[in-house]
Design a protein around this ligand. Structure first.
Ligand SMILES: [Zn+2]
Length: 301
């Protein structure tokens, strides 16, 4: 969907409501009494349970719950966030939407990013996996406050564990090797220590996987958590070959985040990464990304 077809398909609040309701109906609504049959009360934009008469608004139970912004504003935002690889700052989005207040836009975008993160948390990586840490620039005032509590990274830097499914390929005729990548994950680490890495590996990677890292001491326990752990001394070759995709990810993600948001608070870094990873993992979805994001906004609460 491009901006013109979006404008045609979603020209009014009614269009968006009809579309949102159709998506919610497809997924199915469940009442607190566990029943799934409802009357639709159009004047109240609510479902009424046929059995216990409880009403559920169209927004409730979705990430739109508690938002006073219209469906049209949400749809425009979802469209703009999914249509561009680059991403938008809340300031830029506010300008595009023509809204007076900044805060509701900021909060809407963060809810969408959270939904993207939750969606990706449903999946674990498997097969051959590259893993390394990237150091992302965060606002330093916050670091000062947190000094001593979280401390180990360089000031103004936050370490992030980056993982990439990466399959070696060999051209049978030329013998040349390359690697193709599939899904990525990026998790903000509380500190460098092995515990943080271990937790992340347990949550993010299938036990049957083969994990490649450098020889950092944070990775000492990985061998116990997966099928095979292969660690290589960090050299130029390692960066270019063994950990190729995580390094490409780290530099692209840094460039993207810096380009969009000139200052990132440590507590928001995961949300920005979640958006970047969500879109990267769905890079072949094309126009379907918009629909997927609508579904995520209904289900990933
Ligand atoms: Zn009920």
């Amino acid at each position: 969907m491009n901006i013109f077809s979006f404008g045609v398909e979603f020209s009014s609040e009614e269009d968006c409501i009809a579309h949102f309701k159709a998506q919610r109906d497809k997924i199915g609504v469940t009442c607190k009494c566990k029943k799934t049959d409802f009357f639709w009360i159009k004047s109240r934009l609510s479902y009424e349970c046929k059995s216990c008469k409880k009403r559920i608004t169209l927004k409730s139970g979705t990430i739109l719950e508690n938002s006073n912004l219209s469906f049209l504003i949400w749809y425009k935002t979802i469209f703009l966030m999914s249509a561009t690889k680059k991403g938008f700052s809340a300031k830029e989005m506010q300008k595009q939407l023509g809204l007076k207040r900044y805060e509701p836009v900021w909060s809407m975008m963060h809810k969408l990013r959270k939904a993207m993160g939750r969606r990706d948390e449903k999946y674990t990586l498997e097969g051959m996996i590259e893993m390394d840490e990237g150091y992302f620039t965060v606002e330093s005032a916050e670091i000062e406050q947190e000094k001593g509590i979280r401390g180990r990274g360089a000031p103004g830097k936050q370490n992030v564990a980056v993982m990439a499914e990466s399959t070696p390929l060999e051209d049978i005729e030329t013998g040349k090797t390359s690697k193709s990548c599939r899904y990525f994950k990026a998790k903000v680490l509380e500190d460098h220590r092995a515990e943080g890495i271990n937790e992340t590996v347990k949550k993010s990677i299938e036990e049957s996987s083969i994990v490649f890292t450098d020889q950092s001491t944070s990775y000492v326990d990985i061998a116990d958590l997966v099928e095979v752990h292969i660690s290589e001394k960090s050299t130029k070759e390692t960066t270019k070959e063994t950990l190729k995709w995580v390094h490409i990810f780290i530099s692209n993600a840094k460039r993207n985040l810096l380009g969009n948001y000139h200052k990132i608070k440590r507590k928001n870094l995961q949300l920005y990464l979640d958006e970047f990873v969500y879109k990267l993992n769905r890079r072949y979805f094309g126009e379907k990304l918009f629909d997927r994001l609508i579904i995520a906004s209904i289900t990933a609460v």
